[in-house]
Design a protein around this ligand. Structure first.
Ligand SMILES: *Cc1c(COP(=O)(O)O)cnc(C)c1O
Length: 376
């Protein structure tokens, strides 16, 4: 069986975890947390970063930092993971979904302006598959209308928009180190703070709403409850694990980009034959080898292809059902029509993708996709 995903371990993770244990301080903010922070700030030029327990936590921190309250409007794609939206719903926001583009599952930047009202507080671009949204257009709208931008960069480590790292463009950004992402600590995330006005408060929000950080630095003689907050920062054990992965990021990325190219080269004739559609690339966006997806012609065909691959020992998965049609949302709101989001929900299929996937295995997957379409 060729699995859909398999986490990659560099071998150094357990070494660093033992080191953290030997240092005798494994709660948040320890030596390895600092090493990870420094890595991100140096490699990607992020103004300020904070490791979090997940991308979901980082998004929740962003919603608290932006003081989202009842009635504020947040523009998000419907074709995304539930956390992109939940973080803001938890603060009482009204969700305004924008459709995906014709050319990619990313939000259609040309459809945003019509959705902006005096209550719009945030736009949340999700860089799907690590391919950048059209950030110049989005930032321009945000600046003109005085709106914040939070990048959901869960897929987007080591990905670029016009040579700027994703996560460095919006006021805030959130990354994920979940097992299914390029760089992983099992569960884990990162909040990026590009707008310095949020730095001090982010530390407090992540420290349960206390000024404990200032206390540890010796700036005050006791710490107190000063704001809302929660426990958003991970143990140094997680940071130790993550640090091993970060040290191998170039190797991991090269390998993943090669896998992506093998799939693309292997399948492009099927696209020319009109059997399926492959991901489109844009001159402004790099490709970080996060995933390989194909678009089938319709829902039934996708179901049959998945079944066929499964019979041949290949596990493929689809994901993201339009959130505007989810049970939670449709019980509360009506009348939204987002046809492109529905098309991606019905036709997108992700092929096996992980560091250790061998060339013969990719070839096997490609061959089976071919044999399916030669009969269909
Ligand atoms: C994976 C993912 C998340 C959530 O990440 P966690 O680290 O699991 O919380 C959020 N948004 C998108 C687009 C994702 O793919």
């Amino acid at each position: 069986m060729i699995n859909f995903n398999k986490p990659y371990f560099t071998g150094q993770e357990s070494v660093y975890m033992h080191e953290a244990m030997a240092l005798g301080k494994i709660s948040g903010g320890g030596v390895f947390t600092k090493k990870c922070h420094q890595f991100f700030q140096e490699k990607y030029g992020f103004k300020k970063v904070m490791l979090t327990t997940s991308c979901t936590s980082a998004l929740e921190m962003a919603a608290i930092l932006l003081i989202i309250k009842e009635g504020d409007e947040v523009i998000v794609p419907s074709y995304t993971f539930v956390s992109t939206v939940n973080a803001f719903v938890l603060r009482g926001a009204k969700i305004v979904f924008v459709d995906s583009s014709m050319n990619s599952p990313n939000m259609d930047a040309d459809k945003i302006e019509a959705l902006i009202t005096t209550k719009t507080k945030v736009i949340v671009p999700v860089h799907y598959a690590g391919i950048a949204c059209d950030m110049d257009k989005i930032m321009e709208l945000a600046n003109v209308h005085n709106i914040f931008v939070v990048e959901d960069a869960a897929h987007s480590i080591d990905a670029y928009y016009k040579n700027k790292p994703l996560g460095s463009i919006g006021h805030l950004a959130a990354f994920s180190f979940h097992e299914t992402k390029n760089i992983t600590s099992g569960e884990g995330g990162l909040l990026v703070i590009n707008d310095p006005q949020f730095i001090e408060r982010a530390q407090i929000i992540g420290d349960m709403g206390t000024n404990r950080f200032a206390f540890y630095k010796g700036e005050i003689n006791k710490y107190e409850w000063v704001d809302v907050g929660s426990s958003f920062f991970p143990s140094d054990m997680i940071a130790a694990f993550l640090y091993a992965q970060l040290q191998n990021i170039d190797d991991i990325q090269n390998k993943r980009k090669q896998i992506w190219e093998h799939y693309y080269d292997g399948l492009k004739d099927l696209q020319e034959a009109g059997k399926l559609t492959l991901p489109k690339m844009f001159s402004y966006a790099s490709n970080n080898g996060h995933m390989f997806y194909i678009l089938c012609r319709n829902l039934t065909e996708r179901g049959r292809l998945m079944e066929y691959l499964k019979m041949n020992g290949i596990s493929s998965v689809f994901h993201y059902s339009s959130l505007h049609k989810s049970p939670y949302f449709r019980d509360r709101h009506t009348g939204m029509d987002l046809p492109m989001s529905d098309i991606y929900s019905n036709t997108l299929l992700r092929l096996p993708f992980y560091y250790d996937l061998k060339e013969e295995e990719i070839k096997h997957v490609v061959d089976k996709v071919y044999s399916f379409f030669s009969e269909n």
